[in-house]
Ligand binder design. Structure first.
Ligand code: SF4
Length: 241
């Protein structure tokens, strides 16, 4: 079976098992009953930062959004996943990656023994960039964040990284990869290659792995093979002390 086929088979198996009785798959692939999910408790720093984002108007997106989308997951996560910005569904629910792309991200996390509760998921910008902000209910109204919006919002993500101190960051897609690394390297060439990200205030650089955005996998399923390779790579690094 190809690696892409391996990922698909694994995702199907996980869905079937979840339907049967909420099973969880560990790093070695062994099924076990899922423990009760703890409510993520944000440390004071993250809580205060979240309040700042809720009141933020540093760029025009703040006045256009329906809800700020701060981030979700464990404040002690070993790995952070970073996308570009909230879309239509995220704007309504105030949580990153909740549409179809989000469901696929959840499946990918499960396939390597992780979950939305054990990683941290955030975006480069915290408010929904729209093509036509006067019509937030229109579909197909999403757009990537502009460079000045990313710069206005960058400090919030960097502070999240300082507070969470993840061992690894996975950037999802072209926009987040270029923005965080401050490079023009496209995702097709950047993906799968470990990089180091220096964040002011952290003594050690954070290891960063670019991969494709889940939305790109929905448009072009042939990219799943590369993402599966990247996720196995991440799983191997996570298993090291
Ligand atoms: S996108 Fe970021 S900088 Fe702009 S208003 Fe929202 S939180 Fe503030």
């Amino acid at each position: 079976m190809t690696e892409a086929g391996e990922l698909l088979a694994l995702v199907r198996e996980l869905r079937a098992r979840a339907a049967e009785g909420d099973l969880q798959v560990g790093p070695a692939g062994a099924a076990r009953p899922a423990p009760p999910k703890p409510e993520p408790v944000e440390p004071p720093g993250l809580d205060a930062l979240k309040a700042q984002v809720a009141a933020c108007r540093k760029c025009p997106l703040g006045a256009q959004r329906l809800n700020p989308v701060f981030g979700v997951g464990s404040p002690k996560a070993q790995v952070m996943f970073v996308g570009e910005g909230p879309g239509f569904q995220e704007d309504r629910q105030g949580e990153p990656f909740v549409g179809k792309a989000g469901q696929l991200l959840d499946d990918i996390l499960k396939a390597i023994g992780l979950s939305r509760q054990t990683v941290y998921i955030a975006n480069m910008v915290k408010c929904h960039p729209m093509v036509d902000p006067s019509n937030p209910d229109a579909r197909g109204n999403d757009r990537p964040p502009a460079p000045d919006e990313i710069e206005a919002c960058r400090g919030y993500l960097e502070e999240q990284i300082r507070l969470i101190r993840p061992r690894f960051i996975v950037t999802l897609g072209n926009v987040a990869t270029k923005a965080l690394l401050r490079e023009e390297l496209g995702i097709t060439r950047a993906r799968g290659v470990w990089r180091e990200l220096r964040i002011e205030g952290l003594e050690e650089p954070v290891r960063l792995l670019p991969t494709f955005h889940p939305a790109a996998l929905l448009r072009d399923p042939s990219l799943k093979r590369d993402v599966w390779t990247d996720m196995k790579n991440l799983r191997t690094e996570l298993s090291r002390p």
